[in-house]
Design a protein around this ligand. Structure first.
Ligand code: NAD
Length: 343
C-alpha cells in the first residue's frame, strides 16, 4: 500500500494518475491548503480508489495510525508550501510545513518502520520530493547534479534544503530507507495559477498585463510533470535507499521566452478580439528579491542508473499541450480560483 502526501496538489495529483495505480487503492494525505484541490484527484474514470486523509504531514499521530492500519510499504512526500513568492511574504508556514512537517512525517515513518518484520523492512521506501532550488543559482555555464553543494537563496528553498537534510539524516542515523529526488521547474495540467505558466495563461485570457520579473532574463529548466512523475516512479522501484536522484527537462529557457511562447500559442489557439498579439500585454515588473539567475540539471545519473528518459523532449510541444489544457478547462480554473480566494 502506498501513502502519497500532497496528492491533491499539482505534481501529487499527476503522480496518482499514473497507469501503475490503475485499479489500486492508495492513501492520499492532503491538508487541502489553498493549493490543494480535491477535484484534482477525481476527474478520470481510471482513478485508483483513494482513502483520503485531510491530515497535515505534521500530524504525527494520524500519520502513524494510517501507516499501521493499512500496512503501508511506500511513502511519497509531495506535501509542501511550494511558492517562492509566498515564502518571501510569509516564511513561517514554510518552516512549519516543509521543515517541522517533514520531521514529524519522518518520525512517524521511523517508529512504524522499527516495528516491521525484516522482510517488510526490505520493501519499505520513503521518497521525498524536492527541488533544484536547494542548490542556489548557476552562472552562464554548468549544471546541478547530485553532488552539488546546497546553497539555497529563498525561504522556500532553504526550508526544502532543511527537509532534504532531515530525510538523509533519518537514513544515515536510523536506517530508514529514504530516497531524495531534486527536480527542475515542472509544467503541465492542474498547476495552481500562482506559478509562471498558468498565471500568464490566465492573465492573457482575462486581457490583463502579463507581469514578468526584471527583464525576463532569468533561466529555468522546464520538465513536463508527467516526465517528473515517471522519474519518481523509477526512483521508487529501481533506486537505492540513501541515494539522491536529479531530474531535469533539458529545456533551459529564459522567462521572457516562455512568456512569448505562451503568447504565440494563444495567438494561434484563441486570437484576441482586437486582433493584436498577446505579446502586447507583457509588462516588466520589479524583480523578485533574491531571484536566482539560472538553474539547470544534469540528470545523467538518473538516466544511467534508473533508465530515466523524457517523453516530452520538446518543451514547445509540451507547452502547447499545456496551454490547450487550460483553454479546455475553464471550470477547473474557476473552481481553484474560488477556493483560493476563500482562504
Ligand atoms: P502544490 O503547491 O501544487 O501542492 C502541494 C500540496 O501539498 C497541496 O495539495 C497542499 O494542499 C498540500 N499540503 C500543503 N501543506 C500540507 C501539509 N502540511 N500536510 C499535508 N498536505 C499539505 O505543489 P507542487 O508543485 O505539486 O509540488 C509538490 C512537491 O514537489 C513540493 O514538495 C515541491 O517542493 C516539489 N517540487 C515542485 C516543483 C515545481 O515546479 N512545482 C519542482 C520541484 C520540486
Amino acid at each position: 500500500m502506498i501513502l502519497v502526501t500532497g496528492a491533491a496538489g499539482f505534481i501529487g495529483s499527476s503522480f496518482v494518475k499514473m497507469p501503475h495505480f490503475k485499479g489500486k487503492t492508495l492513501i492520499a494525505v492532503d491538508s487541502l491548503t489553498y493549493a490543494g484541490h480535491l477535484p484534482n484527484l477525481f476527474p478520470e474514470s481510471e482513478n485508483p480508489q483513494f482513502l483520503l486523509s485531510t491530515s497535515a504531514i505534521g500530524d504525527y499521530a494520524t500519520t502513524l495510525k494510517l501507516l499501521q492500519e493499512h500496512g503501508v510499504n511506500t511513502v511519497v512526500n509531495f506535501a509542501a508550501e511550494s511558492h517562492v513568492d509566498n515564502s518571501i511574504n510569509g516564511p513561517e508556514v514554510f518552516v512549519q510545513t516543509n521543515v517541522v512537517g517533514t520531521f514529524r512525517l519522518l518520525e512517524a515513518a521511523r517508529h512504524y518502520f522499527q516495528e516491521l518484520s525484516l522482510d517488510a523492512k526490505k520493501n519499505f521506501r520513503l521518497l521525498h520530493v524536492s527541488t533544484d532550488e536547494v542548490f542556489g543559482e548557476l552562472g552562464k555555464t554548468g549544471k546541478f547534479s547530485e553532488t552539488t553543494s546546497y546553497d539555497p537563496s529563498s525561504p522556500y528553498s532553504a526550508t526544502k534544503a532543511a527537509s532534504d537534510h532531515l530525510v538523509r539524516a533519518w537514513h544515515k542515523t536510523y536506517g530508514l530507507p529514504t530516497i531524495v529526488t531534486n527536480c527542475s521547474n515542472n509544467y503541465g495540467p492542474r498547476q495552481f495559477p500562482e506559478k509562471l505558466i498558468p498565471r500568464m495563461i490566465l492573465c492573457a485570457l482575462n486581457e490583463q498585463p502579463l507581469p514578468v520579473y526584471g527583464r525576463g532574463e532569468n533561466i529555468r529548466d522546464w520538465i513536463h510533470v508527467e516526465d517528473h512523475c515517471q522519474g519518481i516512479w523509477l526512483a521508487l522501484t529501481k533506486g537505492t535507499p540513501g541515494e539522491t536522484y536529479c531530474f531535469g527537462g533539458n529545456s533551459e529557457r529564459r522567462n521572457i521566452d516562455v512568456v512569448t511562447g505562451i503568447c504565440q500559442i494563444m495567438d494561434e489557439l484563441k486570437p484576441r478580439a482586437n486582433g493584436k498579439s498577446y505579446r502586447d500585454l507583457i509588462t516588466f515588473v520589479e524583480d523578485r528579491l533574491g531571484h536566482d539567475w539560472r538553474y539547470a540539471i544534469d540528470d545523467s545519473k538518473a538516466q544511467r542508473e534508473l533508465g530515466f528518459n523524457r517523453k516530452f523532449s520538446k518543451f514547445e510541444d509540451g507547452l502547447k499541450e499545456t496551454v490547450k489544457w487550460y483553454l479546455d478547462n475553464p471550470e477547473w480554473i474557476q473552481s481553484v480560483l474560488e477556493k483560493g480566494s476563500k482562504k
